[in-house]
Write a protein that binds this ligand. Structure first.
Ligand SMILES: C[S@@+](CC[C@H](N)C(=O)[O-])C[C@H]1O[C@@H](n2cnc3c(N)ncnc32)[C@H](O)[C@@H]1O
Length: 282
């Protein structure tokens, strides 16, 4: 029952928050020459056509990456993110959006590795077509949460994981912390970034999810949230968050500078807001 296709949502405000944070995390890992590994449990296709039928149907990217793309000079802190996008949009018009696998692959170095997991058969085919040419990349068609545990501890031991489910099934709010508990047991020093949506009052599960993450045996937990409009009663995603387990030292600093800027650039109305908080601090 895999109905979710990320092409409808590629480049929206939630992708901007997630991919901006990911590019900053990777920059942090690149500060040392030592190799590192990037694991993506829910990879998607890796690359999306913004002029395609699906992206055009929702037009979500227009209130997301397109707002920043028009003023790239204002975002020196996101130069890595924009550099990767520019490679796929060489004539300056935003036509393609790079998902987390391609963003990470492009920012990693010769000595680093990428492991991508995706369950959907046609998405995994797209992913192989888009990224399979790179010998640093391994692609698995499998359940990413089970795969993560099976692959830990990784070689090299230094690295980061993105857990980015669509949360179409409410069970995923439980499966993610369950998997992280096992993952931390096998690889306590890994950095894990969990993306989650901020949904309408009747459906939001971010508070119980964060409560579970806070109970994990980890060194620290940093959360960054961005809401672009007010919370609705029944439907809609007004924002999203990333929870970073074992965040690098002082990783709140770049986010503290970024979040108010993103909030201003992506706001839909004056209820837009952001939050940055250490839930566990080492
Ligand atoms: C939100 S999208 C991923 C977007 C991607 N991480 C990015 O930032 O570009 C979620 C993806 O997870 C896939 N998926 C759903 N359940 C899965 C599972 N149990 N294991 C691996 N992939 C899964 C979906 O097919 C979908 O492509």
């Amino acid at each position: 029952m895999l109905s979710y296709r990320h092409a409808f949502h590629a480049g929206n405000h939630a992708d901007v928050l997630k991919h901006a944070a990911l590019s900053l995390l990777i920059a942090n890992f690149r500060q040392k020459d030592k190799p590192f590994i990037y694991l993506d449990t829910h990879s998607g296709a890796g690359l999306y056509a913004l002029q395609g039928e699906w992206a055009q149907k929702t037009g979500e990217y227009k209130n997301g990456i397109e707002r920043l793309w028009q003023n790239q000079q204002k975002w020196p802190e996101l130069k890595d993110y924009f550099q990767v996008l520019a490679t796929h949009n060489p004539n300056g018009t935003l036509q393609h959006y790079t998902g987390s696998p391609e963003l990470a692959r492009s920012l990693l170095r010769e000595q680093d590795k990428v492991v991508l997991m995706e369950l959907h058969s046609s998405e995994v085919e797209n992913l192989k077509n888009n990224l399979g040419f790179d010998k640093r990349v391994t692609i698995h068609q499998r359940n990413g949460l089970e795969g993560l545990i099976a692959l830990l501890p990784p070689t090299p031991r230094r690295g980061l994981v993105l857990l980015d489910p669509a949360y179409e099934q409410v069970d995923e709010y439980k499966q993610v912390p369950d998997a992280l508990e096992k993952a931390l047991h096998r690889w306590s020093t890994g950095t894990y970034m969990v993306w989650y949506p901020l949904l309408a009052k009747g459906r939001d599960q971010s508070i119980p999810l964060l409560r579970r993450l806070q109970a994990l045996a980890c060194k620290n937990l940093l959360i960054a949230e961005l809401a672009v409009e007010s919370q609705q009663l029944e439907f809609g995603m007004h924002g999203s968050g990333v929870a970073i387990i074992n965040a690098p030292w002082q990783f709140d600093e770049p986010l503290k500078a970024l979040l108010p800027k993103l909030c201003e650039a992506l706001k839909v109305n004056d209820y837009a807001t952001w939050k940055l908080e250490w839930r566990i601090k080492d």
